[in-house]
Design a protein around this ligand. Structure first.
Ligand SMILES: [Zn+2]
Length: 109
């Protein structure tokens, strides 16, 4: 009987760790964990595994953020590199057109 219960507890430990169990199940599990070394050990290992996974996730998140910042910097650099010369050339072109128009037609002189 005890083995069966340990099996059931084992099935529920992941849900219990992720706080996905109902109040009744949680109480049953906590009661069992307080008396069963086997399941307590299993749960401790599960928690340890979870912590390691979480750390890996965090590291992956940080790496992704770093990559995102790098790409954003590239994006801004690309934008400035492409549009700033175009903008400057357009302004120069317009100024030249304006000065030529003023000179040729002598609007103001
Ligand atoms: Zn047990």
């Amino acid at each position: 009987m005890k083995d069966v219960k340990c099996e059931i507890v084992g099935d529920l430990l992941v849900s219990y760790r992720d706080k996905m169990t109902t109040k009744e199940t949680t109480e049953m599990l906590e009661e069992h964990l307080s008396v069963c070394d086997f399941c307590r050990d299993k749960y401790a290992k599960l928690q340890q595994l979870s912590d390691e996974e979480e750390k890996k996730e965090t590291d992956r998140g940080k790496q992704f953020q770093k990559k995102l910042l790098t790409y954003r910097a590239y994006g801004i650099g690309f934008f400035i590199g492409l549009f700033l010369p175009v903008f400057i050339l357009t302004v120069l072109f317009l100024l030249r057109m304006l000065t030529e128009a003023i000179r040729d037609k002598c609007i103001f002189f």
